[in-house]
Design a protein. Structure first.
Length: 54
């Protein structure tokens, strides 16, 4: 899983607090979240199945 930018805002994943995980719906898409988007529960969209979640 090589993702370097937040799926929600596009910021680079630097510092602490970011996470990378597989889509909880399809298990195939890779989702990356920066600390800011996680803290604010900003919506993300799976690049494979289009599932939306916070």
């Amino acid at each position: 899983m090589e993702v370097e930018h937040c799926t929600s805002c596009g910021r680079g994943l630097v510092g602490d607090g970011w996470v990378i995980f597989k889509c909880p719906n399809c298990g195939e898409g890779v989702i990356a979240r920066c600390k800011n988007c996680r803290d604010q529960a900003i919506e993300y969209v799976c690049p494979v199945c289009g599932w939306r979640g916070p």
